[in-house]
Design a protein around this ligand. Sequence first.
Ligand code: GUN
Ligand code: FE
Length: 424
Amino acid sequence: MNRNHTTARIAHVFSGTFVHSTPRAAVEILQNCVLGVDDKGKIAFIEKHQDVVSLSEIWGFETSDIKQLGQYEFLMPGMVDTHIHASQYSYAGTALDLPLLEWLNTYTFPVEAKYKDLDFANDVYTKVVRRTLKNGTTTACYFATIHTDASLLLGELADRFGQRALVGKVCMDCNSAYPNVKPVVTPRFAPSCSSSLLSELGEIANNNKLHVQSHISETKEEVELVKTLFPGCKSYTDVYLKHNLLTDRTVMAHGCHLTDEELEIFRETGSAVSHCPNSNISICSGILNVRNVLNHKVKLGLGTDVAGGYSPSMLDAMRRTLDTSKALTIQDPQHKTLSFEEVFRLATLGGSEALSLDDQTGNFVVGKDFDALRVNVCVPDGPIDLFPGEGPKVILEKFLNLGDDRNITEVYMAGRRVVPFPDT
Ligand code: GUN
Ligand code: FE
């Protein structure tokens, strides 16, 4: 517990129960602990509560300033949505009756064209950032639209409300405008990009060490289409590989129909998969075998894929991930169903790894940014009932399966309290 950077001052100290994931433990529950956040928003210490007096001397805080979590409260890492179309939020919860390619033409492209109007963009982007933050998404990897001004506005809104974000359409001119918002090179998907566009985007991404996001192998029809469009490529994955778009900063949504050979290429290049189960079921795209992806040592996070997925909540993404895994077990009893602990890790640490942001966020490790949710499973008129003898693990499981934004009483991003919103 040495204090190694003497200039940092302590901005918050929490005491109580902390729940997070580590590479070794899908769920680690730290009880009777204290966590300090410095004035740069970084986790300064996480120690046993019994050492609080010496910690207060070393770090120079008053024990009376400690925020004490209640018996039914805990802190968990902010959730990471690895794939969400901010521009499709206006019709989330509707338009789920067509398969992908018709869905794009009928619903998506006409709506996305409206983002040349900045007032429209401002309304939708404000609502999606607020809604996802309130639901505990401290990091979002967003698709915007082809409109540069509206995409810049999305970055500005994420910064203003306090959400860590990757925003594509690519904005090379806003590279380091905001500390926690970055551009992401965003070819929509292979069928809507020429080979020369893909090559140029691969070059931009590599020359500037930028993130890359796209879609891959979401539906069988799309996989067949890509075969006819890129006859010189061995597979859908090979299309992106040949255009230098598979890097250790790449996240590809869906991947329902990837072969084992393709997953090998993901592992070798360090590229990640964003699993979007609500979308995959809602528009009948396919069922990703997450266990198989993890067995291939491919990085994997969860995504809402609004509006192919109808819910903007990462709690929903976790539940749909469990449902989908159970559906695979029903089909094949040999399939090893994902546990809720594993899915919790995918929504937090796994997502941060998938976005190559795990040096900054994803769990409670000294030196990382403090991105956290204060969860209270006992809010008045809340969705959860507790019964005697339920320990922290059961409380976590109930929150993941039954909880909602009423239970997320505070959200912190990089040490800044961003929920409740300052205007409410
Ligand atoms: N593939 C290409 N564009 C899209 C999109 O907007 N949503 C989904 N789910 N898949 C896509
Ligand atoms: Fe998508």
